[in-house]
Structures are given as structure tokens and as C-alpha cells.
Design a protein around this ligand. Structure first.
Ligand code: GLA
Length: 384
């Protein structure tokens, strides 16, 4: 992303002076979907696309924010009752409030921001925005710096408390902790994490964006989480130590099958299997066994489509198509209900796959999918 572009808009829309520039990335996730809020494992990486913001304290108690991409301007105060209506501005407002709750003396500022992570494509543009501001406000206003994990939690709390999405920690974590060339395996129960260099020789990762955006994605997401919590509550009756689906075995789930709805049972079965798949994939990567990695990705897609029911016809089509083309691994990425598939493709198959996918998808749905090559980049940072 271009600093000069953001800076020129900042100068134009505010006092003509410059401030500090910060950036944070979106993310991919190789495997481990809907496992984070279940205390399980995820395996994300930051990407080379994200959000960039210029910020300058303005000596007032107001935030004046300009979205360069949307050409929209919003002003808000830093008190609870001043929450703005525009959804993009609620992310910034939420981050300010959450930083204040953690003792940071946030003052009024002017800011302009832009992004190149596609919105609603399952690459966490919102986490990129939250992390950008959490990192920036920490840098600009905190006497006692907040640690990186807490910055990720600021973004997550913003989603929970100001945007109505009861998300897990994966997106904000990846956006803050990302490192060039590295996947990160995070244990969402203990918050231990480990970097894994990802240079699959002879393969590349490519995202195919269905360009489908699901209107009700946030309420459907929250419902999935509630299903998981109901199953945990049931299992807890006989296994009091259980806190998350992470702590449950397939046998424990079978034992409560008659006590939970069929739907909740399917959701939990998916999650329990998916948590194990992350570990299996880490192990297979260690052996450079990309066939197993790919097979697990297909299994995830099946589970997300048939058990967790967060896919859609366009994503199922892209997944089938990948399989037909002989692609090593493919699955819906992120929360689901639209967005991208992530595909592990042999170099020699790449051109044929992308061309075939574009043609066949267009013939069926009337528009081409967008294609993004994955480049694994760095996490939240100050640019200048
Ligand atoms: C969204 C959420 C994450 C995670 C994924 C699904 O991206 O923000 O916390 O639950 O969906 O894996």
C-alpha cells in the first residue's frame, strides 16, 4: 500500500500537517476454522494486504476520521454515548473505548485511512483496521504500553461490544503477530503460539474470491457459537472440567447425542474434528507431506459445508472445481457465508486451474471470481 497516497489525502482533509502512519495486515488461515472461540488451534498468517492510517492528535476531545476509500467523514467524541452510526467508524470508536478501558489516556485526533484488503472476502479487513488503531493509540497515547496480546484483544472486544460479532481471537492475533514467510499456530486456550516457516517447495497458495457477501453473516456466526456453547454445557454436566469443545472427545459428544439437537451435534462434531486437523496439518507440514495437508483442507471444506453449514453454492462450486482440476487442497476460508476459498496448488497446475476456475465460475454464476496470490507479510507496525 502506498504511504504517499494516504498522506496526500490526510494533508488535504485536515490541517495540512502530517502525523504518524501505521499499518496492519489482513490474514489467511491455512486450517482451523471456527476453532478459536472453542479454545482450539488455528493456523493463520498475516498477508501483504491490509489497512494504513495517518493519525495526528488534534488538541480537542474529538476524533475526526476520514475513510479515503468510502470518501466518508465522521466526527465523534470519546465518550460511550458518542458512538457513530457508520459501521466503519464504529471500529475506530470501539478501539478508542477499549483502549480507554485499559487505562490509556486517548486524546482527540485527526485520521485518514485506506486499505487494499478486499472487504467481506474473509481476509479480515475489520481486524486489520482494529489492529492499526490499537497499535497506533498504544504508540501515541499510552504511558504504560499495552502488550501485543492485549492489543489483539482490544480488536476482538471491539467486535463484541460495538459491532455485534462474537468472534474469536484469530484475526486480530494474526494481524498483530504476523511475520513475513511464517504461519503461526496459536493455541486459543493457553494462548501459546509458534511460528512455522511456510515455503512449500513446488506449491503456491491462491485465494479465489467468490465475491459473495452474506448479509446475515454476523448473526449466523453468533448462532454457530451458541450451538457450541450449548453442547459444552451439556457435556459439562458429566465432565465438570470441560470448558470448551477443545476439551471434548468424540466419545463425550456421542454420549450427549440424545440430549442436544441434531444441528448442535453436527456443529460440535465439525469443531472437534477440525481442532485435530490443525495438529495433523502441522505434523504433515513438518514432514513436507503436502498431500496430507491438502486432504485435510478438503475435509475441512466438507465439514464447513455439510456439518457447520457456513458455505454457499459458489464456494462449494469452487471447491469441487479445485478437486476436479487436481488441486492438492482447497476449502472455504474464514467465517464463511461467502468470501474466498484457499487453495494449495502445484506450480505446474496453477495457470490451468485459475483459467478453468474463472471460465467455469463465470459460466455458472455470471461473474468471474477474483484471484489473489498469497504473500505472507508482517503484522501491525508504525511506518513513519
Ligand atoms: C471470523 C472470526 C474468527 C474466526 C473465523 C472462523 O474470521 O473473526 O475469530 O472464528 O471467523 O475461523
Amino acid at each position: 500500500m502506498d504511504i504517499e497516497f494516504v498522506r496526500s489525502r490526510f494533508i488535504k482533509h485536515f490541517t495540512g500537517e502530517t502525523g504518524q502512519v501505521y499499518a496492519s495486515p489482513g490474514r489467511i488461515n491455512l486450517i482451523g476454522e471456527h476453532t478459536d472461540y472453542n479454545g482450539g488451534f488455528v493456523f493463520p498468517a498475516a498477508i501483504d494486504k491490509g489497512m494504513m492510517a495517518e493519525i495526528k492528535p488534534n488538541g480537542t476531545d474529538k476524533v475526526r476520521a476520514y475513510s479515503i476509500d468510502l470518501k466518508d467523514y465522521v466526527e465523534f467524541g470519546l465518550r460511550e454515548e458518542d458512538a457513530p452510526k457508520a459501521s466503519w467508524a464504529r471500529y475506530i470508536f470501539g478501539v478508542c473505548r477499549e483502549m480507554i478501558k485499559r487505562g490509556v489516556d486517548v486524546k482527540g485526533f485527526d485520521t485518514a485511512f485506506a486499505g487494499n484488503v478486499p472487504l467481506g472476502a474473509g481476509m479480515s479487513s475489520s481486524a486489520a483496521l482494529e489492529s492499526t488503531y490499537a497499535f497506533a493509540l498504544n504508540d501515541l497515547f499510552a504511558d504504560n504500553k499495552i502488550d501485543a496480546f492485549e492489543l489483539a484483544k482490544v480488536g476482538q472486544a471491539t467486535e463484541h461490544n460495538y459491532c455485534g460479532v462474537k468472534c474469536g481471537i484469530m484475526d486480530q492475533f494474526a494481524s498483530v503477530f504476523g511475520k513475513e514467510g511464517m504461519l503461526i499456530r496459536l493455541d486459543c486456550r493457553s494462548l501459546e503460539y509458534e511460528y512455522f516457516p511456510f515455503e512449500p517447495k513446488g506449491y503456491r497458495l491462491v485465494l479465489l474470491d467468490s465475491v459473495v457477501k452474506h448479509e446475515l453473516a454476523s448473526s449466523a456466526y453468533n448462532k454457530r457459537r451458541e450451538s457450541c456453547e450449548r453442547v459444552v454445557a451439556e457435556i459439562k454436566k458429566t465432565h465438570p472440567a470441560v470448558e470448551y469443545l477443545r476439551d471434548c472427545t468424540p466419545e463425550m459428544l456421542e454420549a450427549v447425542k440424545a440430549q442436544v439437537s441434531e444441528e448442535d451435534y453436527m456443529r460440535a462434531a465439525y469443531v472437534i474434528a477440525e481442532i485435530q486437523r490443525v495438529l495433523d496439518v502441522c505434523e504433515a507440514l513438518g514432514r513436507k507431506d503436502y498431500d496430507t495437508v491438502g486432504q485435510k483442507m478438503y475435509e475441512t471444506h466438507y465439514g464447513m459445508s455439510k456439518l457447520y453449514e457456513v458455505s454457499c453454492p459458489e464456494l462449494d462450486f469452487l471447491n469441487d472445481l479445485a478437486f476436479d482440476c487436481g488441486v492438492t487442497g482447497s476449502r472455504v476460508m474464514g467465517g464463511g457465508f461467502g468470501g474466498c476459498t484457499i487453495n494449495l496448488v502445484k506450480n505446474e497446475l496453477y495457470e490451468t486451474f485459475v483459467t478453468t476456475a474463472k471460465e467455469r465460475f463465470k459460466a455458472k454464476f455470471g461473474h468471474s471470481p477474483k484471484v489473489y496470490d498469497v504473500v505472507i507479510g508482517n503484522g501491525a507496525r508504525r511506518i513513519c
